[in-house]
Each structure stands twice: as C-alpha cells, then as structure tokens.
Design a protein around this ligand. Structure first.
Ligand code: FES
Length: 140
C-alpha cells in the first residue's frame, strides 16, 4: 500500500506528513501551533520554530502520520524498549515500537515504529485509524 507523503523542509529539518494515516489527534497543533496550523496553506511551517521543538512535537504524534529527518539522520528510537500497545479512550489501538503488518497472504503491507489501528470498525483505511471514530461517536 503506497501512502501519499507530503514534505516540508528547510536547512535544519525535513518534515513528512502522511495524510492517509493521520488520525487527527491534534498533538501537533497543540504542541506547536505556529508550525502546525490546519487553517493555513501549507498547514506546516517548518520555519516557525526550532527544529528541536518541531521534533519534540512530532514525537507526540500517535499515528506516526508526521515524521522527520534532521541533518540527514533518520529519527532514532530506542529499540531496546518493549513494544507498547495501548488503547486510546474512544479511539484507536496505539502501537509504539517496531512492528510489521502483513496481509492474509503474508505480504508486508506496512512496517514502522508507531501506528494507530482502528478499533471502531469505521476506518476507510483499515487496519489503520483514519479519524472516523470521532465522527461516528465511537465509545470504548
Ligand atoms: S478507531 Fe479511528 S477510525 Fe476506527
């Protein structure tokens, strides 16, 4: 499954956004409102704050729709920690740690380090959350 990726960059950081897996948790908007403003076009302004602040905010993104590269290095995560799986209240199953999702034939459809999996059954991008749980009033 090829996901559309939109890139925003300056000399310090490149930010990637995958709208198809965004679950609209708004951690980015809350963490760095001058960088992530859905009312503006483009909605990401990487010049509005330091790369360090932007990276800290992106680290809060539960779906991993946002990611970054700084100074040519891919974001590093601590792989010695166990994979954490948690339930978001009235929302998806959050996975924080290396994972691989395979289809019924054993083909890899996604590898990553963070993801949000649909728990409400309403996503148009199963098995991933697409934010539909909010509009259908999922409780759980
Ligand atoms: S849990 Fe988010 S779309 Fe189902």
């Amino acid at each position: 499954m090829a996901e559309k990726t939109i890139t925003y960059k300056n000399e310090s950081i490149t930010v990637f956004w995958k709208p198809e897996i965004c679950m609209h948790a708004a951690k980015c908007v809350g963490g760095s409102p001058s960088v992530f403003d859905p009312k503006k076009k483009p909605w990401v302004n990487v010049n509005a704050e330091s790369a360090e602040k932007i990276m800290a905010t992106i680290d809060l993104c539960p779906s991993r729709a946002l990611s970054y590269i700084k100074e040519g290095k891919q974001e590093e995560e601590n792989n010695t920690e166990p994979v954490e799986i948690s339930l978001m209240k009235n929302g998806p199953i959050l996975v924080n740690g290396p994972f691989c999702v395979k289809d019924a034939d054993g083909n890899t459809i996604k590898e990553g380090k963070k993801a949000a999996f649909c728990r409400c059954g309403g996503s148009s991008n199963k098995p991933f959350c697409d934010g539909t749980h909010k509009s259908i009033g999922f409780e759980g």
